[in-house]
Ligand binder design. Structure first.
Ligand SMILES: CC(C)(COP(=O)(O)OP(=O)(O)OC[C@H]1O[C@@H](n2cnc3c(N)ncnc32)[C@H](O)[C@@H]1OP(=O)(O)O)[C@@H](O)C(=O)NCCC(=O)NCCS
Length: 148
């Protein structure tokens, strides 16, 4: 496993992480990434993790980790395009799982958007299974509604 230096995001790292998410195609018009980062940081059960290959080096991976009091969730997993396919995604997911375990969570879940099914093989390599459940959703604040 590639050793990563992982830490909670700091104020001066937000722009870099948003750019990383944009480079990785993870942002959507209805998800303002600045708001998403601020909200995750404001809650005790969520964070945004950033990873470097060495102390003080550039951020090469990031993910939002959280839990809902029952299951752990991962969002915005991203590896800098010029560092992909080198084991960093696997190491970053390990860091997220360790964060979940430290919170007392024993099952991690995540969602893969329609159109990004190619990453399912990546998660299967890490031991994730496609869940035999259906995800239902409703915009309970319709002012935030996006085209889904
Ligand atoms: C998905 C992503 C995080 C994977 O990170 P990565 O650093 O490229 O992946 P890794 O090098 O750690 O791969 C880990 C393992 O998964 C395998 N793998 C990676 N991508 C794969 C793919 N598309 N299909 C099959 N296996 C894959 C690797 O071969 C490796 O297997 P190994 O451990 O047996 O050698 C990265 O490609 C990324 O940032 N993509 C864009 C953003 C994105 O789609 N995020 C996921 C949102 S749900």
């Amino acid at each position: 496993m590639i050793p990563l230096v992982v830490s909670d995001i700091q104020d001066d790292e937000i722009e870099t992480v948003v750019a990383l998410w944009q480079d990785c195609g993870l942002t959507r018009p209805w998800n303002n990434p600045y708001n998403d980062i601020a909200f995750a940081r404001s809650q005790p059960n969520s964070t945004v993790l950033v990873a470097r290959l060495e102390d003080g080096g550039p951020i090469v991976a990031a993910a939002m980790a959280g839990h809902d009091g029952h299951r752990g969730w991962t969002y915005y997993l991203s590896v800098a395009p010029d560092h992909q396919s080198a084991g960093l995604g696997k190491a970053m997911m390990k860091a997220v799982e360790e964060w979940h375990l430290a919170q007392g969570i024993w099952k991690s879940q995540l969602m893969v958007r329609t159109g990004n099914e190619k990453v399912i093989s990546f998660y299967e390599t890490l031991g994730y299974n496609v869940s035999a459940t259906q995800l239902l959703e409703r915009w309970i604040d319709s002012s935030k509604r996006g085209d889904v």
